[in-house]
Design a binder for this molecule. Structure first.
Ligand code: BEZ
Length: 293
């Protein structure tokens, strides 16, 4: 995110919206793992139902891609599978290891992990890859590398079961952030990738998957902490928008975002912000490699 010089604004918009010092959380995934667990536990709580879609079998080898603090990794282990959690955030991995010391967690990047990495423990490919609320942090151009890594990690017939933010996810919040920042001369790139069904299914197919089920759906999500819920959500998940923003402008921007979102996203009784989440959930199967890809 950069502050635009007024004279450069139009030129920049026409020529390049992606270079700016666009801070990408993936470059510096400094997550606050305890706030994530304490105040935003809905992320993994909603993921519990994705475990039903995965339906792990005892003795299957399963990779949890973007495992965060490891709660769903543990859910997979409780169903008897042999699971490894992978995340690129050191803090998430540290928290996952201390919460679940008997489980295996590896710090690695979803776009370039090596399925043969000895830390993934095993010469056999995985039977399934699971991913909850992680794939949307991977930029559009890097999605192909991530999907290929997942395909390479799976045996033919292996399952890829995942949920990510879908097209239109948190649109009201993102629009309000963009508007409030633009009014103060800041030019922002959204730090997330929220694909439609039509974007993602062909992408999966081009990496050797057959898409068995895919569903785009609204999931209005209650945020904790009452009136502070929206600004706390922004701090946890949209901090990238504020890279380079002067400290003394921050509060005014947050207030402008709250004002813009309040009519649609705040319920006066009982005083709760409701984020306009939309999810894309899918189950795909790795097809036999015919050597043409
Ligand atoms: C999500 O899980 O949908 C999400 C995560 C971070 C930012 C925005 C949305």
């Amino acid at each position: 995110m950069t502050r635009r010089e007024p004279a450069a604004r139009d030129e920049r918009d026409r020529t390049d919206r992606s270079d700016g010092a666009g801070h990408d959380r993936r470059d510096d995934p400094a997550w606050d793992a305890s706030a994530y667990d304490d105040t935003h536990s809905f992320v993994y709580e909603y993921g519990e139902s994705l475990l039903e879609d995965l339906s792990p079998n005892p003795d299957e080898r399963i990779l949890d891609l973007g495992c965060g603090t490891g709660h769903l990794t543990n859910g997979i282990a409780e169903r008897g599978a042999d699971v490894v959690g992978l995340d690129r955030s050191a803090e998430m991995i540290e928290t996952a290891r201390s919460t679940y010391p008997s489980l295996s967690f590896v710090r690695a990047d979803a776009t370039e992990f090596d399925p043969g990495d000895p830390r993934l423990a095993g010469d056999e490919p995985f039977d399934a890859v699971f991913s909850n609320a992680a794939l949307h942090w991977i930029d559009d151009p890097e999605q192909d590398a991530a999907l290929q890594s997942v395909r390479d990690a799976l045996r033919p017939g292996g399952r890829f079961v995942a949920e990510l933010g879908g097209a239109g996810n948190v649109e009201t919040i993102a629009n309000a952030l963009e508007t409030a920042l633009a009014e103060r001369g800041y030019d922002v790139d959204r730090p997330w990738y929220f694909p439609s069904f039509g974007d993602y299914a062909p992408r999966l197919e081009s990496h050797g998957f057959e898409v068995r089920v895919a569903r785009l759906f609204d999931r209005p999500t209650d945020l904790e902490e009452g009136d502070d819920g929206l600004r706390n959500w922004i701090e946890m998940f949209a901090g990238d928008f504020f890279e380079g923003v002067a400290d003394d402008e921050r509060e005014a921007i947050l207030e402008a975002v709250e004002d813009a979102c309040r009519p649609d996203l705040f319920r006066e009784e009982p005083g709760t912000w409701i984020a306009d989440y939309r999810r894309l959930r899918f189950a795909a199967v790795a097809v036999e490699d015919d050597g043409d890809r």
